[in-house]
Design a protein around this ligand. Structure first.
Ligand SMILES: Cc1cc2nc3c(=O)[nH]c(=O)nc-3n(C[C@H](O)[C@H](O)[C@H](O)COP(=O)(O)O)c2cc1C
Length: 172
């Protein structure tokens, strides 16, 4: 069901500045069902057009708890917050759902989205996303070896998910 607090809006208008909205403002990637879900902050990703659909690309390192949910669920959400809620994103980007209930620690109210995923009443905008393609990054594919050394000398590589944006929902 669509939360009464949100209304469906035009996807293109809602994502007019993906570099700023993702890279500077950050987003929350949430996967699972209301009874069992996890979310994490992401500032790497993209929004664009692929296979004639509006899509997001998200990149999740395989050691994240969220990764398990991303693998096991067909859909996920990406949520955006007003600047005064950035501490929520800082928290969800520095704590693991393996150790703490991030929703209750941050005062986030989860609800079920139309496609059965999870979003939060405190967000200003969320996208429902349906996984279409996933690919594990590999060292041999890096053309820029400096980026490989810089970002992957210690931590596991990201897995990329390309997902159709099924709908954009903005808080009233
Ligand atoms: C600003 C910011 C951006 C982040 N972007 C990403 C990202 O794009 N991909 C990723 O795998 N981790 C990213 N992280 C790290 C995860 O959010 C962090 O490891 C989180 O605690 C994982 O939580 P989980 O174990 O509950 O999944 C980011 C963290 C911050 C603070």
């Amino acid at each position: 069901m669509i939360s009464a607090m949100f209304k469906q809006v035009d996807i293109q208008a809602a994502m007019s500045n993906p570099i700023g909205q993702i890279g500077s403002d950050w987003m929350l990637v949430t996967s699972g069902s209301v009874s069992k879900f996890n979310m994490m902050t992401a500032s790497w990703g993209a929004a664009g057009f692929m296979w004639n659909k509006p899509v997001v690309f998200v990149f999740i390192r395989t050691n994240r708890y969220t990764f398990e949910f991303m693998e096991n669920n067909p859909s996920f959400t990406v949520s955006f917050f007003n600047a005064d809620k950035k501490k929520i994103l800082s928290f969800c980007g520095s704590h693991s759902g393996r150790d703490v209930d991030k929703a209750s620690a941050c005062g986030l109210t989860a609800f079920q989205t139309p496609c059965g995923s999870v979003a939060f009443e405190e967000s200003k905008l969320y996208f429902e996303c349906r996984k279409m393609y996933a690919q594990q990054m590999q060292a041999s594919s890096f053309i820029d070896k400096e980026a490989l050394d810089k970002w992957y000398s210690k931590d596991p590589m990201h897995k990329m998910y390309v997902a159709e944006i099924l709908g954009a929902y903005s808080a009233h």
